[in-house]
Design a protein around this ligand. Sequence first.
Ligand code: ACM
Ligand code: ZN
Length: 758
Amino acid sequence: MLAISSFAMAGSINIVPIPTKVTIGEGIFNLQKDTRILIDENNKELNEIAQLLAKKFEFSAGFPVKIGVYKPRSKAKNVIVLTLESPDATLGKEGYTLDVSRKDVIIRSVSANGIFYGVQSLLQLLPADSGNADPKQKMYVIPVVSIKDMPRFNYRGLHLDVGRHLFPVDFIKKYINIMAMYKLNTFHWHLTEDQGWRIEIKKYPRLTQIGSTRKGTQIGKTDDVDSVPYSGFYTQEEAREIIAYAASKFITVIPEIEMPGHSVAALAAYPNLACTAGPFEVRTKWGVSDDICCAGNDSVFTFFQDVLTEILDIFPSAYIHIGGDEAPKTRWEKCPKCQARIKSEGLSNEAELQSYFIKRIERFLISKNRHLIGWDEILEGGLAPEATVMAWRGIQAGIDAATQGHDAIMTPVDYCYFDYYQGDPATEPDANGAKLTLKTVYSYNPIPPVLTAEQAKHIIGVQGNVWTEHVKTPEAVEYKAFPRAIALAELAWSQQENRNWDDFLNRMDYQFQRLDLAGVKYSKGSFTVDITTARNENRNQVVLSSETKDMEIRYSIDGSDPIPASLFYDKPFDLPNSVIVKAAVFKNGKIAGSINQREISVNKASGKPVTILKPYSFKYPGTGDQAMTDGLTGTNSYKSGWQGYEGCDMEYMVDLLKPIMISSVKLNFVKNPSDWVLFPYEVMFALSIDGKTWENLPPTKFDANSRSNRQTKAAENKIPETLARYIKVIGISPKTLPEWHDYKGEPCWIFADELIVE
Ligand code: ACM
Ligand code: ZN
């Protein structure tokens, strides 16, 4: 008897990215021992796709599937047809139709690209465990269905930074495999950085002899650097291997060679490229370097043209990415050669000098029939005539490019930076930036609504970026990239009106099984519980939530790990005293993600109104005005619990609502100079019964400016029982980073949380 999977019976289609149009029929197509794959005669590309498909079937079904020639008018049964005959041309080069009947499967497209995507969709119609070498279900059933599909955007990118950390060729291939499963078509390979030059250039051997090795690496988010040399690069042969592999999956590899900034590794190898004499060392720390390539020195252009000449020989991509981001102008302002160039070219400032630099490189690329892509800083000082802008700092850069008639690729930090935290920063691995969950990625529409239809055509696509300062291993890359890159794939491929978060999550159930089988260590950040509080009648209640739906949240307040019998969360609840809340999402009696926990403080100030007297930074607001009394204590992440003040003092007042007896006031601070965070010099509490006359408690002095690794300290006054209604808190900030700091003179931060009054 035929074992029909429940999914086929339900007729649910779990394809991601969701196709343009799906019409579900009745019945199934059954893949059997005598099923054949038929392709157009003498079509090498289709043959390669058929081989891939046959190999997948053989791997899991355990029997070989024969490949034959398709004869358009034959009545062959029990066949899977891949053909360029009679396609729906309105679907474009990457579009396809996929028609499954009881007797055959036919995939049509105008090109092999579309056929490849049709095959990806076909594979997603199989039971999830068909990816297994030993599937439970040996018979494959495919639901009868008719699919018409085409991409929304031509450019569907995923990036990988191999400058900060690099990853083996085999892993890059795995990354490409997963991209292909979800119809991404562009791999942006970030090959050069301050911390390492990662591609062999034969004319300049020192780039890899010197530039591919740093003597140590910044440790986590501390200011320390280890003394373990970190080294590696890709040979040109390896790059060609990756490009060919990607091409077999209809993925273009775009190389990025950074200029004029993020080039310290190149300067270490060839110091004459800089404005000053050097010497330079390959950077061991993250961040942005003042040392960039000189724009006044013609040999710098010779160098980059030579490098690009080799790159163009290796990479056949129409686009070449030349970086262009984060190039401070401090050296150029002082450099006689740069200043002479500004004069001789009639430029008005250093921004225009950067524009000169990029335009000169663009002329070279255009002469070789290639197009330049640069990060959105290339807008400053005037865009190069044909440049495509990669908008990263925000969507405005994409709007600016499109309104100037230039193409743009959207990769704004708020939606597309997959190095950011994807769950509660308190429990996620070290990361850059803010919290960027799967749902937030999914919520993004790459076309800014302010654009006219004509301007919107310049938004050619969207990309996710995986920067690797805190990402050292292939597993860590997978954790950062997935599943967010799959949400990105859907917003890159699928029509906006077909996308729906709940439906996406339902389909992801099936996709997670496929990812498990592919050995992908994706994040389950969406299946963890956010533990937070809400103010209700001047007290804090605990609020638990997750991005998922139809799953139960269970929690404990006794320190135990949640189990299926733990307390069921249905509404915000009160806490009698300070506890650790632990919570998890449960599905079918099992924890779906991981357990999250949060220390919640209950004290005399909890939930009491706060008046802000000196504004905190909107970049690190904590939970906003009430952050200091919200019960959520500062965690190991600035993004969770803490409230930050940038370059200014802190001052606020809490109203306990009536005079009460108090005996202690306490507030925590965190210091980590490598993140520009210092202790305040001094913290003072003042008490008042009427809000008019104040009693100042003795100030707490901190060691504000010394070098140190991350540490936390409390300002605390224990006092004889005193009647007070109002408590004022004042923290005096050092305001700027000290003399010894890499970024001396820049504004420093102070971070505080949580006011505890007993
Ligand atoms: C960038 O993130 N610096 C492009
Ligand atoms: Zn210079």
